[in-house]
Each structure stands twice: as structure tokens, then as C-alpha cells.
Design a protein around this ligand. Structure first.
Ligand code: CP
Length: 316
């Protein structure tokens, strides 16, 4: 890839996204082998620097790096010198001195990965920054949708839930619209960013806004439910959880309203019984587990394209 960092999808061209998805296809083939280890990152050091909790993203980056034969170091804020007051920039200078080739960072502050990218000679991958962006999640979502439909252009994708606090929604809006999909954002007005009357918001491509899930789901090829992010909300954003569940929970009855064969997605972690009914999460239209599996392939593809030697993908 002709870039140093992956910070969001806003600066990704269609060709670049195609390239990542094609590389992830090759990585899926590697993952299907009895021995999943290939050599392109031999001798490279990948640091997973996580200042916020994570299960899927952190573990899949670790597996991805190991599958590509990299050395992997996991750092979390607790137990590191961050607890003694070390600044983010000093932490990055330390990782630089220790030979980090790629830093994968998750941080509660929007923009933190951009600061890191200014101070690290190696590559930086944003694994989620505040409410802002989660580009690797959006890429694995695009990959999962395309795996089923064989294309993205022209699909109707409804993203429903706590849009306001969702970095997943923002990065998906960039990725999906760049690939020609039509995006509808749905949720209560208090959990929706302030879009103008024509669906325009500074810093995002145009999308459709609908506060009525029963209406907009009827045209959906894909429905992506988002977690209610209680940890990022102040009080008073929902009249009541019961009311939210009644209007916005993805239930079996609602999924039946969508187009035949519509996919059900969720980036995880889920609040089952809140934004999604358990039987929908595990139902025949759910691709939630495929999203997790595809996360390893997408992260292998990104590490390979950013830092890999041009070795082929023969076994290590
Ligand atoms: N989707 C996602 O980012 O999950 P984790 O918080 O478990 O990494």
C-alpha cells in the first residue's frame, strides 16, 4: 500500500479498499490451512497498545501478526508506565527506541492515533479512537458483506442503534459509501449526530437518516445493530431502556420485514436483549461469528500490505 498508516477510511480510495479486500481473500486461504503460519513479517515487531478494553480487535491483531511470523508485544495502560503518568508521546518514543515496526493503538481519545503517527517512523493502525473511527472493523464488515453478496455497490445497509457514540458507524459510512452502497442511519434522535435536513454532516459523506426502524428495514439487504454505549453516555439520552427495546431492538419479527436473505451484523460486544434479540444474534441470517473470523484475515492483510516483505504466502 502506498501509505504509512491506517487511521480511518476517509482517505481510502475505492481501489485501495479493493486491494485490502483482495489481500484478505488470500489470507482467508492461509487461515484454511492446517498450519496457518507464513513468513512475510519475519523479523518485524508489532506492538498492540490498548488503552481501552478489547477482546475481538486485540486478539485478532495478535493472531494476525503471529500468523505472518511477526514478533508481537501486547501493552495495556494498566501495568505499564502510563500508570506512573508517562505521556502518550513518551510511550511512543520508547516503543520506537525498542524497535516497533507497527503500532496498533486503541485509545479513548479521538485523534490519539494521528498523534502517534506523527511521532513513529513505522506504521500506525487505528484500532478504535473514542467516538471517531474504527477502520479495521469497517473493512472486515465490508469483507463479510461482499463475501455473501459478491458486490457492495447498490446494496442498502441499515445501521441501527447508538450512532452518536459509534466509531464503527462512522468508519462504515466512509467505507460503504466509497464502495457504492446506500447507507441508512437509524436510531433515536438523542443518539443521532446532528445531520442537516438533507442528510449532510460536515466531515461525513451524505447518508439517509430514518428514526423509524420498522420503515427503513423493509429495503435492507444488511442490518447492522450497534451496542448502546453506556460508558460513553451522559445521563438522559434515552427516555427508558424499555422504550428503546420496543422501538429499535432487532427482533425476529423485524428481521422478517427486511429483504429476503438480508444479513444481520453486529460488531460486538453485544448487549443481547437490548439492541438485538438472542435468537436473532444466533439465527440463520446472522453473520456475527463470520465477522469475528474475518477480522483476522483483514488484519493480516493490513499488516502484510503495510509492513510485509514481498515474500509469497508459502508456509514459514
Ligand atoms: N468490535 C470490537 O471492536 O470489539 P472489541 O471491543 O472486543 O475489540
Amino acid at each position: 500500500m502506498n501509505r504509512k498508516d491506517v487511521l480511518d477510511l476517509d482517505d481510502f480510495s475505492r481501489d485501495e479498499i479493493e486491494r485490502v479486500l483482495a489481500s484478505a481473500e488470500a489470507m482467508r486461504e492461509v487461515l484454511s490451512r492446517p498450519i496457518r503460519r507464513v513468513p512475510p513479517l519475519r523479523g518485524k515487531t508489532i506492538v498492540n497498545l490498548f488503552y481501552e478494553p478489547s477482546t475481538r480487535t486485540r486478539i485478532s491483531f495478535e493472531l494476525a501478526a503471529k500468523n505472518l511470523s511477526a514478533d508481537v508485544v501486547n501493552v495495556s495502560a494498566s501495568g505499564s508506565s502510563v500508570e506512573k503518568g508517562e505521556s502518550l508521546v513518551d510511550t511512543i518514543r520508547t516503543l520506537q527506541a525498542l524497535g516497533a515496526d507497527v503500532v496498533v493503538i486503541r485509545h479513548s481519545l479521538a485523534g490519539a492515533p494521528y498523534l502517534v503517527a506523527q511521532h513513529l517512523r513505522g506504521s500506525v493502525i487505528n484500532a478504535g479512537d473514542g467516538w471517531h473511527a474504527h477502520p479495521t472493523q469497517a473493512l472486515l464488515d465490508l469483507f463479510t458483506i461482499r463475501q455473501r453478496f459478491h458486490h457492495l455497490s447498490g446494496l442498502n445497509v441499515v445501521i441501527v442503534g447508538d450512532i452518536l457514540h459509534s466509531r464503527v458507524a462512522r468508519s462504515n459510512v466512509w467505507g460503504l459509501t466509497r464502495m457504492g452502497a446506500h447507507v441508512v442511519l437509524c436510531g433515536p434522535p438523542t443518539l443521532m449526530p446532528d445531520f442537516g435536513a438533507n442528510g449532510h454532516r460536515a466531515g461525513l459523506p451524505p447518508v439517509e437518516i430514518d428514526y423509524n426502524l420498522d420503515r427503513c428495514i423493509q429495503w435492507a439487504d444488511v442490518v447492522m445493530a450497534l451496542r448502546i454505549q453506556k460508558e460513553r453516555q451522559g445521563g438522559g439520552m434515552l427516555p427508558s431502556l424499555r422504550e428503546y427495546v420496543k422501538l429499535y431492538q432487532l427482533t425476529e419479527a423485524r428481521v422478517k420485514l427486511a429483504r429476503p436473505g438480508a444479513l444481520v451484523m453486529h460488531p460486538g460486544p453485544m448487549n443481547e436483549g437490548v439492541e438485538i434479540a438472542p435468537e436473532v444474534a444466533r439465527g440463520s441470517q446472522s453473520v456475527i461469528e463470520e465477522q469475528v473470523t474475518n477480522g483476522v484475515a483483514i488484519r493480516m492483510a493490513l499488516l502484510y500490505l503495510l509492513a510485509g516483505e514481498r515474500a509469497d504466502l508459502a508456509v514459514a
